[in-house]
Design a protein around this ligand. Structure first.
Ligand code: GRF
Length: 216
């Protein structure tokens, strides 16, 4: 008698995330909350470590409160930018991430980091790229007189905020806005977008075709 062939349902493994922060870490917190709420298995990813380029920030405190391993890799502790980049690469690699998420990480990584994590290094930027790249995306959009701005979740390449775009969220600029009020409204959209995008790419997988990102 022929044996029945059992159908194999392979569960997609939970992806490992290393999150990099430089500040208050509310985007990190949004990821942690979503994962805690729906479970890593359902979300498709877990945060395995949090790294920073400076000490004493709320982003690291949030990670510690969540019981996560943390590491700090400061440029000034290294003799060159390349040595810092190599050290950051090793520190992140030690946690064997599937994806690295820059959630308000205010440093441009170098060649070695991109050679190791390129194509799986996600950043969130508080403007609608390619408009207003760089460290002052909110201030620059406001100064330009833009009527809409927002946030962009994208893969990191070797330029400044130039990598392939995964998703964007739009925020209207109000007449009475200052940088801080506008940034808070952007961050509200940004946190939800980051949680949604990271979950989708972790669960479904993705392809980068030139500038186009296709979530499978
Ligand atoms: C975000 O708006 C991010 O895009 C920008 O800095 C902010 C970080 O916020 N680069 P937080 O540290 O996640 O609260």
């Amino acid at each position: 008698m022929a044996e029945s062939v059992a159908e194999t349902v392979t569960e997609s493994p939970v992806k490992r995330l290393v999150v990099l922060v430089s500040g208050s870490g509310t985007n990190l917190q949004a990821l942690l909350d979503a994962i805690a709420e729906m479970s890593a298995a359902v979300y498709g990813a877990e945060v395995v470590a949090v790294g920073a380029d400076r000490d004493g920030i709320e982003g690291l405190a949030r990670a510690e409160r969540a019981g996560l391993p943390t590491f700090v890799c400061r440029v000034k502790d290294h003799e060159s930018r390349e040595a810092w980049d190599a050290a950051l690469t090793e520190a992140v690699d030690a946690y064997e991430p599937d994806l690295v998420v820059s959630a308000g990480f205010m440093k441009i990584v170098g060649k070695e980091f991109l050679a190791r994590f390129g194509g799986r290094f996600v950043n969130t930027h508080p403007a609608l790229l390619p408009s207003f790249p760089g460290a002052h995306g909110v201030r620059d959009a406001l100064a330009y007189g833009a009527k809409v701005t927002g946030c962009t979740v994208h893969f990191v390449d070797d330029g400044v905020d130039t990598g392939p775009i995964i998703a964007q969220g739009v925020v209207e600029v109000r007449d009475e806005d200052d940088e801080s009020a506008l940034h808070e409204r952007i961050k509200d959209v940004e946190r939800r977008l980051l949680v949604e995008v990271v979950g989708r790419i972790a669960r479904n997988g993705y392809r980068i075709e030139g500038r186009k990102v296709v979530i499978l």
